[in-house]
Design a protein around this ligand. Structure first.
Ligand code: ATP
Ligand code: MG
Length: 342
């Protein structure tokens, strides 16, 4: 085995994409991860033709001439946007003909997590800032102009109470979300009757549904047992049914929300169907993202923070189940939660 083929064999042992570029700027060896990244690249190809990566090519040229290691970035746009950190170092096996070793590190996930973290903090702060500003505003008014006005005082205290509850609901939702996420890998093991879960949640909404002129109708067998965590399944049903009442009601009109439980193969299916305005198609794939709302103003007016469906998704993931959402704008929405029965 000569030195170069030894180097090529070593490349194959690396998990990250890597290749050796010879003094003529041609690929002399590439490993499996690199082939996966650039399927058309072959040993012998000119680097400039094999990959569209001008910064990498410039770095390789400088390394071949100067013999000092360099870093560069490479962005791949197809099929999905990916970002790589590229490290180019000299390989001086043959003193006459310097080569370069290119190794790449996929930064896509790290960048995505970073962006999620930044977005998350921005969203939480934004959601807390509005009620907090309103609370502080009312405190000032109560200390000043409204000090001796009992009617205004009662009204303002009512609003302040509502804003306080809003903030506390947001914190509760965030905590539930992180608790479910923390236990994601621990599959629940209790036996839970979904029918009794649905009944309990429906009873809980009994005072609220008529205010919106919504009638809740349950279609269910006697019992339907799944393996699960009862509290989490209650949160799940509360969110789906609560959304159907909030967003599925119609102004000045009676409507129904149907909740049905059925067995489908090895899964139990909880279906919540409303007959409200529905959801435009382009929003559907994003509904389970944290803080995502089709109409943020309408949701906020309903006391929503956009965390409900994110929680539903995580609860279903922990239960090894899944959520399917369908809607024809103008004819309501249909949310199906599937849960394995054993
Ligand atoms: N049945 C439905 N019909 C129409 N739109 C819906 C329905 N369910 C959810 N949506 C839309 O999806 C968005 C996200 O729902 P999600 O439950 O995550 O948040 P939310 O209800 O706004 O707030 P939260 O659940 O935290 O109180 C809602 O703001 C609403 O725009
Ligand atoms: Mg909700």
């Amino acid at each position: 085995m000569n030195d170069l083929s030894l180097c090529a064999a070593m490349l194959d042992a690396l998990r990250d994409p890597a290749m050796i570029i010879d003094a003529e700027e041609r690929i002399s060896a590439l490993n499996g991860a690199m082939k996966a990244l650039a399927p058309s690249a072959r040993p012998g190809d000119a680097l400039s033709l094999a990959l569209r990566a001008p910064d990498m090519l410039d770095a390789v040229r400088r390394v071949l001439v100067g013999g000092k290691a360099e870093t560069a970035n490479w962005r791949e746009h197809v099929p999905v946007e990916r970002v790589f950190d590229v490290f180019v170092s000299p390989l001086d096996i043959d003193p006459e003909k310097r080569c370069a070793v290119v190794t790449m590190r996929d930064l896509t996930d790290i960048k995505r997590m970073e962006r999620m973290r930044v977005d998350f903090i921005a969203n939480v702060s934004h959601e807390l800032r509005t009620p907090l500003a309103s609370l502080l505003g009312f405190v000032e008014t109560l200390q000043g102009p409204a000090r001796d006005d009992p009617r205004a005082r009662d009204q303002f205290l009512g609003i302040m109470g509502e804003q306080g509850r809003r903030m506390s609901r947001l914190i509760d939702d965030l905590l539930s979300l992180s608790r479910v996420e923390q236990r994601q890998h621990l599959r629940p093991s209790a036996c839970v009757d979904l029918v009794s879960v649905a009944r309990q949640v429906i009873d809980g909404f009994a005072p609220i549904a008529p205010e919106r002129r919504v009638t809740l109708i349950l279609h269910a067998p006697e019992t339907l047992n799944v393996v699960g965590d009862r509290d989490e399944l209650i949160r799940l049903a509360e969110n789906l049914i609560g959304n159907a009442i909030k967003y599925g009601s119609l102004p000045d009109q009676d409507t129904n929300v149907e909740i049905s439980l059925a067995v489908l193969g090895s899964d139990a299916r909880l279906r919540v169907r409303d007959h409200g305005a529905g959801i435009p198609r382009e929003h559907i794939p994003r509904l389970t993202e944290r803080f995502y709302r089709v109409d943020a103003t309408a949701s906020r007016a309903n006391g929503g923070t956009g965390l409900g469906l994110a929680l539903v998704k995580h609860i279903l993931m922990r239960h090894r189940g899944r959520l399917e959402i369908a809607s024809n704008p103008g004819d309501g929405a249909n949310f199906d939660a599937f849960l394995p029965m054993s």
